[in-house]
Design a protein. Structure first.
Length: 71
């Protein structure tokens, strides 16, 4: 997201002339939704998998961390 918006990749790939505050706000809100969905999906899996499989939940935490979400 950083490369696309702040690195002006959106200007090249989407044909934008400028990147406005509206674009930055939309990008931020989109990331917030993705982070919330990751947390929701993780909890859904946690309730449905065996304790032996729960080790895989760490992968959701890693993805959430990669998105820059607070722990």
């Amino acid at each position: 997201m950083c490369q696309v918006v702040l690195g002006a990749g959106a200007m090249r790939f989407a044909g934008l002339k400028t990147i406005t505050v509206k674009h930055l706000a939309l990008a931020s809100q989109s990331l917030s939704i993705v982070i919330a969905l990751i947390a929701y999906i993780r909890e859904t899996f946690r309730h449905r998998i065996s304790p032996k499989q729960a080790v895989m939940l760490v992968e959701f935490d890693k993805v959430k961390h990669d998105y820059g979400a607070p722990e």
